[in-house]
Design a protein around this ligand. Structure first.
Ligand code: FAD
Length: 268
């Protein structure tokens, strides 16, 4: 299908992008286009104006920021995979980015677009939630910082206001791992599991186990009480709402979550 008609404007700065968004309540940002363009073609999304931020190259970076790392929102998945600071201090992000789609998707898709899209199957969404990341958004009133725990509000819905743009993501230095079960090569996660040690505590996150990326809080509580990885992993599907779709039944997803959480914990 072909998308509905829209106007197009290319922003040269973040402030210009925010101002352009203010022109029309149906305006949308375009970053790598690898979620938005399929949605346009299926007419799930019908913006009146596309504000292209894909050339804001000053938002493509990974920097050390004390005991955290700051990642520009326009950093592409392929850049995350090979970034030396991430590899050294937060390799779980590089590991997860390497599992996203195919090379074409990884060379166009951005971390900001990936999380702003709010897809419960997003690998990086789960990673940021697991790491207790902070997401920095710029709007007409200035900048605000949103904790990852408050960012994902529903399927394809986030805490971002209409005229806000994600500019930066801050993550702690941490060790972690990401396991992803897929039916076919380059596929979205049937289930994904992130496990990371953050400030001495074990955090566990789940992909495709509910309407948003989820934390496996029962697993975390069991580990804090001294449970073994196998015993803690038995709680992986507690408080989740795994969907049944053409990839898997909810019951199978719950089984996968328990298996992958155990493997992830044993790996760390
Ligand atoms: P866009 O498509 O440009 O935008 C997506 C949404 O985010 C739009 O609503 C846009 O307005 C908004 N947006 C973009 N940037 C910002 C910003 N800075 N601030 C505020 N809002 C913003 N993802 C996975 O996680 N795992 C996979 O296995 C996977 N496989 C894929 C396979 C294929 C074939 C395709 C096409 C995509 C796949 N993806 C996968 C999605 C991919 O990671 C996308 O690149 C990503 O979800 C969106 O990033 P983008 O930069 O392309 O954003």
């Amino acid at each position: 299908m072909i998308s509905t008609a829209f106007e197009y404007a290319r922003a040269a700065t973040v402030d210009e992008a925010v101002a352009l968004l203010g022109r029309d309540e149906d305006a949308k940002l375009l970053a790598g286009g690898h979620s938005l363009i399929p949605a346009l073609r299926l007419r799930f999304s019908r913006p009146s104006l596309l504000v292209d931020i894909g050339r804001l190259d000053d938002l493509r970076f990974v920097r050390e920021d004390g005991d955290r790392l700051a990642i520009g929102a326009l950093t592409r998945h392929a850049e995350l995979v090979r970034d030396p600071l991430l590899t050294q201090h937060c390799a779980v992000i590089a590991e997860a980015a390497a599992l996203i789609g195919d090379p074409q998707v990884r060379h166009r898709g951005t971390i900001g677009g990936s999380v702003a899209h709010g897809d419960p199957a997003s690998d990086l969404g789960t990673i940021l939630l697991t790491l207790d990341a902070e997401l920095v958004a710029r709007g007409p009133g200035g900048e605000r910082t949103i904790p990852a725990a408050e960012f994902f509000t529903g399927p394809f819905d986030t805490a971002l206001e209409h005229q806000e743009m994600l500019t930066e993501i801050r993550v702690p230095k941490a060790t972690g791992t990401y396991l992803k079960h897929v039916r076919r090569a380059h596929d979205w996660a049937t289930v994904g599991v992130a496990a990371a040690r953050v400030d001495g505590r074990m955090h566990v996150g789940l992909t495709s186990m509910g309407p948003t990326p989820l934390r496996a809080r029962s697993v975390e509580a069991a580990l804090a009480d001294g449970a073994s990885p196998a015993d803690a992993a038995a709680h992986a599907a507690d408080d989740t709402v795994p969907p049944t779709d053409s990839s898997a039944s909810g019951e199978y997803r719950a089984h996968l979550a328990r298996v992958l959480v155990r493997r992830a914990l044993e790996r760390l």
